[in-house]
Design a binder for this molecule. Sequence first.
Ligand code: 1GP
Length: 253
Amino acid sequence: MNQTIYQQFTERKKQGKKSFAVLIDPDKVDIDAIAQLVQLGQEAKVDYFYVGGSLVISSHLDECIQQIKSSCDIPVILFPGSPSQVSRYADALLYLSLISGRNPELLIGQHVISAPFVKKSGLEIMPTGYMVIDGGAPTTVSYISNATPIPADKNEIAMCTAMAGEMLGMKLIYMDAGSGAKRPITEQMIEKVAKHINIPLIIGGGITEPEKAYLNCKAGADVIVVGNAIEKDLNLIKEISDAVHSVDTVKIV
Ligand code: 1GP
Protein backbone atom coordinates (compact mmCIF):
# COMPACT_ATOMS: atom_id res chain seq x y z
CA MET A 1 0.00 0.00 0.00
CA ASN A 2 1.21 3.51 -0.78
CA GLN A 3 2.35 5.58 2.16
CA THR A 4 0.21 8.54 3.10
CA ILE A 5 1.94 11.89 2.98
CA TYR A 6 1.89 11.99 6.77
CA GLN A 7 3.57 8.59 6.91
CA GLN A 8 6.24 10.00 4.60
CA PHE A 9 6.74 12.91 7.00
CA THR A 10 7.17 10.65 10.01
CA GLU A 11 9.31 8.14 8.15
CA ARG A 12 11.65 10.88 6.97
CA LYS A 13 11.84 12.28 10.47
CA LYS A 14 12.71 8.86 11.87
CA GLN A 15 15.52 8.59 9.35
CA GLY A 16 16.79 12.10 10.14
CA LYS A 17 15.96 13.23 6.62
CA LYS A 18 15.02 16.85 6.07
CA SER A 19 12.46 18.05 3.55
CA PHE A 20 12.07 21.16 1.45
CA ALA A 21 8.71 22.64 0.50
CA VAL A 22 8.25 25.45 -2.01
CA LEU A 23 5.26 27.62 -1.15
CA ILE A 24 3.22 28.81 -4.09
CA ASP A 25 0.83 31.64 -3.44
CA PRO A 26 -1.85 31.53 -6.16
CA ASP A 27 -2.12 35.32 -5.96
CA LYS A 28 1.51 35.81 -6.82
CA VAL A 29 2.13 33.23 -9.50
CA ASP A 30 1.12 33.36 -13.14
CA ILE A 31 -0.49 30.14 -14.32
CA ASP A 32 1.89 30.27 -17.30
CA ALA A 33 4.92 30.45 -15.00
CA ILE A 34 3.99 27.31 -13.05
CA ALA A 35 5.45 24.89 -15.59
CA GLN A 36 8.89 26.44 -15.19
CA LEU A 37 8.59 26.47 -11.41
CA VAL A 38 7.63 22.81 -11.41
CA GLN A 39 10.48 21.86 -13.70
CA LEU A 40 12.97 23.66 -11.47
CA GLY A 41 11.37 21.97 -8.46
CA GLN A 42 11.79 18.55 -10.01
CA GLU A 43 15.39 19.18 -11.00
CA ALA A 44 16.16 20.42 -7.49
CA LYS A 45 14.39 17.43 -5.87
CA VAL A 46 11.91 19.57 -3.98
CA ASP A 47 9.88 17.32 -1.66
CA TYR A 48 6.57 19.18 -1.57
CA PHE A 49 4.68 22.06 -3.06
CA TYR A 50 2.62 23.95 -0.52
CA VAL A 51 -0.16 26.02 -2.04
CA GLY A 52 -1.98 28.81 -0.25
CA GLY A 53 -1.59 32.10 1.51
CA SER A 54 -3.17 34.21 4.22
CA LEU A 55 -5.16 36.09 1.64
CA VAL A 56 -5.94 34.37 -1.63
CA ILE A 57 -7.75 36.95 -3.73
CA SER A 58 -7.52 35.29 -7.10
CA SER A 59 -9.88 32.51 -8.06
CA HIS A 60 -7.44 30.24 -9.82
CA LEU A 61 -6.51 27.98 -6.89
CA ASP A 62 -7.88 24.84 -8.59
CA GLU A 63 -6.24 25.74 -11.88
CA CYS A 64 -2.94 26.42 -10.15
CA ILE A 65 -2.97 22.99 -8.46
CA GLN A 66 -4.09 21.15 -11.58
CA GLN A 67 -1.26 22.76 -13.48
CA ILE A 68 1.27 21.51 -10.92
CA LYS A 69 -0.24 18.03 -10.79
CA SER A 70 -0.29 17.71 -14.56
CA SER A 71 3.45 18.09 -14.81
CA CYS A 72 4.96 16.33 -11.80
CA ASP A 73 4.52 13.78 -9.02
CA ILE A 74 5.63 16.08 -6.23
CA PRO A 75 2.84 16.07 -3.62
CA VAL A 76 0.76 19.24 -3.37
CA ILE A 77 -0.19 20.18 0.17
CA LEU A 78 -2.73 22.89 0.88
CA PHE A 79 -1.68 25.58 3.33
CA PRO A 80 -4.97 27.45 3.56
CA GLY A 81 -5.53 30.90 4.99
CA SER A 82 -9.27 30.22 5.12
CA PRO A 83 -11.77 27.41 4.46
CA SER A 84 -12.39 28.81 0.98
CA GLN A 85 -8.90 27.63 0.04
CA VAL A 86 -9.72 23.95 0.00
CA SER A 87 -9.26 22.25 -3.33
CA ARG A 88 -9.94 18.58 -4.00
CA TYR A 89 -7.19 18.57 -6.60
CA ALA A 90 -4.46 18.71 -3.93
CA ASP A 91 -3.07 15.64 -2.17
CA ALA A 92 -3.30 16.73 1.45
CA LEU A 93 -4.41 19.56 3.66
CA LEU A 94 -2.58 21.16 6.57
CA TYR A 95 -5.61 21.41 8.83
CA LEU A 96 -4.37 24.39 10.77
CA SER A 97 -5.39 25.40 14.24
CA LEU A 98 -3.73 28.63 15.32
CA ILE A 99 -2.59 27.41 18.72
CA SER A 100 -0.29 30.39 19.35
CA GLY A 101 -3.24 32.79 19.21
CA ARG A 102 -6.37 33.25 21.24
CA ASN A 103 -8.76 33.85 18.40
CA PRO A 104 -11.41 31.13 18.78
CA GLU A 105 -12.38 31.39 15.12
CA LEU A 106 -8.96 30.18 14.03
CA LEU A 107 -8.62 27.67 16.84
CA ILE A 108 -11.90 25.86 16.10
CA GLY A 109 -14.67 28.15 14.79
CA GLN A 110 -13.93 28.01 11.07
CA HIS A 111 -13.20 24.31 11.31
CA VAL A 112 -16.70 23.65 12.60
CA ILE A 113 -18.27 25.59 9.77
CA SER A 114 -16.23 23.93 7.06
CA ALA A 115 -15.99 20.39 8.49
CA PRO A 116 -18.52 18.64 6.18
CA PHE A 117 -17.01 20.32 3.14
CA VAL A 118 -13.45 19.45 4.17
CA LYS A 119 -14.38 15.82 4.84
CA LYS A 120 -16.13 15.52 1.49
CA SER A 121 -13.03 16.80 -0.31
CA GLY A 122 -11.38 13.40 0.15
CA LEU A 123 -8.09 15.12 0.95
CA GLU A 124 -5.63 13.60 3.38
CA ILE A 125 -6.12 15.73 6.48
CA MET A 126 -3.07 16.56 8.59
CA PRO A 127 -4.02 18.21 11.91
CA THR A 128 -1.43 20.93 12.37
CA GLY A 129 -0.69 23.12 15.36
CA TYR A 130 0.08 26.42 13.68
CA MET A 131 2.24 28.85 15.62
CA VAL A 132 2.91 32.38 14.44
CA ILE A 133 6.15 33.82 15.76
CA ASP A 134 6.94 37.53 15.70
CA GLY A 135 9.05 38.18 12.61
CA GLY A 136 10.06 41.76 13.38
CA ALA A 137 7.15 43.49 11.66
CA PRO A 138 3.45 42.81 11.10
CA THR A 139 2.90 40.25 8.34
CA THR A 140 -0.29 39.39 6.50
CA VAL A 141 -0.82 36.37 8.74
CA SER A 142 -0.33 38.33 11.96
CA TYR A 143 -2.77 41.00 10.79
CA ILE A 144 -5.42 38.71 9.32
CA SER A 145 -5.35 36.29 12.23
CA ASN A 146 -6.08 39.08 14.70
CA ALA A 147 -3.90 37.23 17.19
CA THR A 148 -0.69 38.22 18.90
CA PRO A 149 2.33 36.30 17.61
CA ILE A 150 4.67 34.64 20.11
CA PRO A 151 7.54 37.06 20.81
CA ALA A 152 10.68 36.02 18.92
CA ASP A 153 12.74 35.55 22.08
CA LYS A 154 10.16 33.68 24.16
CA ASN A 155 11.47 30.20 23.46
CA GLU A 156 9.75 28.67 26.46
CA ILE A 157 6.34 29.93 25.36
CA ALA A 158 6.94 28.39 21.94
CA MET A 159 8.06 25.14 23.56
CA CYS A 160 5.02 24.90 25.85
CA THR A 161 2.64 25.80 23.01
CA ALA A 162 4.08 23.08 20.77
CA MET A 163 4.00 20.54 23.59
CA ALA A 164 0.35 21.36 24.31
CA GLY A 165 -0.42 21.06 20.61
CA GLU A 166 1.15 17.62 20.44
CA MET A 167 -0.65 16.41 23.57
CA LEU A 168 -3.94 17.70 22.15
CA GLY A 169 -3.40 15.39 19.20
CA MET A 170 -1.86 17.61 16.53
CA LYS A 171 0.19 15.58 14.07
CA LEU A 172 2.48 18.40 12.95
CA ILE A 173 3.73 21.68 14.36
CA TYR A 174 4.23 24.54 11.90
CA MET A 175 6.15 27.54 13.28
CA ASP A 176 5.85 30.50 10.94
CA ALA A 177 7.37 33.97 11.19
CA GLY A 178 4.98 34.99 8.39
CA SER A 179 5.55 35.39 4.71
CA GLY A 180 8.30 37.88 4.01
CA ALA A 181 9.17 38.19 7.71
CA LYS A 182 12.06 40.56 8.40
CA ARG A 183 13.48 38.14 10.92
CA PRO A 184 13.07 34.40 10.51
CA ILE A 185 12.67 32.16 13.55
CA THR A 186 15.86 31.74 15.58
CA GLU A 187 17.71 28.45 15.80
CA GLN A 188 17.47 28.72 19.59
CA MET A 189 13.69 28.65 19.45
CA ILE A 190 13.65 25.82 16.88
CA GLU A 191 16.02 23.76 19.01
CA LYS A 192 13.99 24.32 22.16
CA VAL A 193 10.76 23.26 20.48
CA ALA A 194 12.26 20.33 18.54
CA LYS A 195 13.74 18.82 21.70
CA HIS A 196 10.35 18.70 23.40
CA ILE A 197 8.10 17.24 20.72
CA ASN A 198 8.13 14.00 18.75
CA ILE A 199 5.98 15.06 15.81
CA PRO A 200 7.49 16.64 12.66
CA LEU A 201 8.33 20.34 12.89
CA ILE A 202 7.76 22.64 9.91
CA ILE A 203 9.56 25.99 9.83
CA GLY A 204 8.90 28.93 7.50
CA GLY A 205 8.75 32.69 7.14
CA GLY A 206 11.51 34.99 6.00
CA ILE A 207 14.04 32.33 5.02
CA THR A 208 16.05 33.82 2.17
CA GLU A 209 19.36 31.97 2.23
CA PRO A 210 20.48 28.34 1.96
CA GLU A 211 22.67 28.78 5.03
CA LYS A 212 19.66 29.74 7.16
CA ALA A 213 17.70 26.73 5.92
CA TYR A 214 20.66 24.49 6.76
CA LEU A 215 21.00 25.92 10.26
CA ASN A 216 17.26 25.59 10.87
CA CYS A 217 17.48 21.89 9.94
CA LYS A 218 20.50 21.37 12.16
CA ALA A 219 18.53 22.98 15.00
CA GLY A 220 15.72 20.45 14.55
CA ALA A 221 13.42 21.58 11.73
CA ASP A 222 12.09 18.66 9.68
CA VAL A 223 10.55 20.65 6.83
CA ILE A 224 11.66 24.05 5.55
CA VAL A 225 9.12 26.20 3.68
CA VAL A 226 10.19 29.04 1.40
CA GLY A 227 7.92 31.23 -0.71
CA ASN A 228 8.82 34.89 -1.04
CA ALA A 229 12.54 34.55 -1.64
CA ILE A 230 11.92 32.06 -4.45
CA GLU A 231 9.43 34.37 -6.12
CA LYS A 232 12.28 36.86 -6.34
CA ASP A 233 15.06 34.45 -7.34
CA LEU A 234 14.26 31.07 -8.84
CA ASN A 235 17.89 29.92 -8.47
CA LEU A 236 17.23 29.63 -4.76
CA ILE A 237 15.08 26.55 -5.34
CA LYS A 238 18.12 24.40 -6.04
CA GLU A 239 20.41 26.19 -3.60
CA ILE A 240 18.02 25.82 -0.66
CA SER A 241 16.98 22.29 -1.63
CA ASP A 242 20.64 21.20 -1.71
CA ALA A 243 21.28 22.87 1.66
CA VAL A 244 18.28 21.19 3.29
CA HIS A 245 19.08 17.76 1.86
CA SER A 246 22.74 18.03 2.77
CA VAL A 247 21.68 17.72 6.41
CA ASP A 248 20.37 14.20 5.67
CA THR A 249 23.77 12.67 6.14
CA VAL A 250 24.52 14.50 9.35
CA LYS A 251 23.57 12.60 12.47
CA ILE A 252 21.48 14.82 14.73
CA VAL A 253 22.07 14.01 18.39
C1 1GP B 1 4.78 31.77 5.05
O1 1GP B 1 6.14 30.06 5.95
C2 1GP B 1 5.72 30.66 4.78
O2 1GP B 1 3.63 31.39 5.66
C3 1GP B 1 6.85 31.07 3.88
O3 1GP B 1 7.33 32.35 4.17
O4 1GP B 1 7.19 33.53 1.99
O5 1GP B 1 8.72 34.36 3.79
O6 1GP B 1 9.25 32.28 2.56
P1 1GP B 1 8.17 33.17 3.07
